[in-house]
Design a protein around this ligand. Structure first.
Ligand SMILES: [Cu+2]
Length: 352
C-alpha cells in the first residue's frame, strides 16, 4: 500500500462513516492490530448496550477507552507518574555558578501504546516521552548523551545557544553513532516550556519513534505554587504507513480515561503542554466545563488567552493554568475529534 493512498483512505473512511461502528470493517483492514479493532468494536457496541451498528451510528460511538490495561511494569514507565515526574539533574558548582548536569541514554525498546498494540520505540532513558528535564533560567546546563541504540541519534534542544550545541547532523559533534557519547552544554535561556528531540535524518522517523521530551526552564523567581502536570501530546504509526493509528498524551492511548488525573478542587493546576505529534499538521487540547489561562511557550508571566481550547502545530507548547470549582469528572481531549476516538482523551477527577 502506498503512503498517499493509505493516508487518504484512512481519512476518507473515518470522515464518511456515520459512526465508528460503520467504519470498523474498513478500519480492521487498514489496521493490522486485532487489539485496536477489538477496543473500538467493544467501545462502539458496549456503550449502547450492544445496540449494534444502527444505534451506535445514530448516537455516535461513545468514548469507552480501552479494554484491558497497558502494564506500566512491562513498559518500564507509567503515564500516571510521567505527569508529575521531573528530572532536575544534579547541580555542581563551577567557578561560582551552578551547572546542572543531566544524563540521557538512547535505547531501542518495544513499548505497548494501547492494550495489545506493541511499538518498536526509540527512547531516551527507556521511556516515551523522555524525562522532563527541568532547570532554572541562567544556570548552565550540561547534558551527557550516550547512544545505546542501534541507530545514530542526536539531542536537539529548543532554546537560545551556539550552533555547536544545537544537536543536528553535520554541525558540532553532529550524529552520535551507536555506542558513542557526547556532552551538550548551554545556558538555560529563555525561561519557558521547551522541548528536546533527536534531529537525525530522516527527522520524521527519529521523532515519531519516540525520541523527544519536555524541557522546562523556570523563571528565576519561580511561578506560583501549583499542582504541576506534564502532558506531551504524541501519536504512533503502528503499521509503517507514515500516519498515526494511535494518539495519546504521554504515550498510552486512553491512559487518563481509564485512570483519571487526580486533582483537588480549588487548587491551582499548571499543565506543561507540548505537541510533538508527527504526520498530522495540528493537534489540540480542550477542557470540558472549564477554562484556562494560556501562556504560549511559557516565556511571559502574563497569560495571552483565557480559553478552553488551544491548537498547536508540531513543536508548539504552552503552559495552561486552571482551577476546578466543582468536584466530579471532567473530560479533556484533542478537539481534533478523530484523535480523541483513537486514544487522545482523558478525564480529570476532582475531589475535595
Ligand atoms: Cu534519532
Amino acid at each position: 500500500m502506498k503512503f498517499g493512498e493509505d493516508k487518504i483512505s484512512r481519512r476518507k473512511l473515518l470522515g464518511t462513516a456515520a459512526g465508528a461502528t460503520a467504519a470498523l470493517p474498513l478500519l480492521h483492514e487498514s489496521l493490522p492490530h486485532q487489539g485496536v479493532h477489538d477496543q473500538f468494536a467493544r467501545a462502539a457496541g458496549e456503550e449502547h448496550g450492544g445496540g449494534g451498528a444502527a444505534s451506535a451510528a445514530h448516537k455516535g460511538a461513545g468514548h469507552r477507552g480501552t479494554v484491558g490495561r497497558v502494564d506500566p511494569r512491562v513498559n518500564g514507565f507509567d503515564p500516571q507518574e510521567i505527569l508529575r515526574d521531573y528530572d532536575r539533574g544534579k547541580v555542581v558548582r563551577e567557578g561560582g555558578r551552578a551547572v546542572r548536569e543531566f544524563e540521557l541514554v538512547a535505547e531501542d525498546r518495544e513499548i505497548e501504546v494501547a492494550p495489545g498494540v506493541k511499538f518498536a520505540a526509540w527512547t531516551y532513558n527507556g521511556r516515551v516521552p523522555g524525562p522532563t528535564l527541568r532547570a532554572t533560567e541562567g544556570e548552565r546546563v550540561r547534558i551527557k548523551f550516550v547512544n545505546g541504540s542501534k541507530h545514530p541519534h542526536t539531542i536537539h534542544f529548543h532554546g537560545i545557544h551556539r550552533d555547536l550545541s544545537d544537536g543536528i547532523p553535520g554541525v558540532g559533534v553532529g550524529n552520535i553513532e551507536p555506542g558513542g557519547s557526547t556532552v551538550y552544554e548551554f545556558e538555560a535561556f529563555p525561561f519557558g516550556l521547551h522541548l528536546y528531540h533527536c534531529h537525525s535524518t530522516p527527522l520524521a522517523e527519529h521523532i515519531a519513534k519516540g525520541l523527544y521530551g519536555a524541557f522546562i526552564i523556570d523563571p528565576k523567581k519561580g511561578r506560583p505554587q501549583a499542582d504541576e502536570l506534564v502532558m506531551v501530546m504524541n501519536g504512533f504509526d503502528t503499521n509503517f504507513d507514515l500516519s498515526n493509528e494511535i494518539y495519546a498524551v504521554n504515550t498510552v492511548a486512553f491512559a487518563y480515561h481509564d485512570q483519571p488525573v487526580q486533582v483537588k478542587r480549588g487548587q491551582l493546576v499548571r499543565i506543561y503542554l507540548v505537541n510533538i505529534l508527527e504526520f498530522d499538521l495540528v493537534n489540540s487540547f480542550h477542557t470540558h466545563a472549564n477554562f484556562f489561562d494560556f501562556y504560549p511557550t511559557g516565556t511571559r508571566l502574563e497569560p495571552r488567552d483565557f480559553t478552553d481550547t488551544v491548537v498547536m502545530g508540531q513543536g508548539e507548547r504552552g503552559i495552561l493554568e486552571l482551577r476546578f470549582p466543582f468536584t466530579g469528572k471532567y473530560m479533556f481531549h484533542a478537539h481534533v475529534s478523530e484523535f480523541a476516538d483513537l486514544g487522545w482523551m482523558g478525564f480529570f477527577e476532582v475531589t475535595d
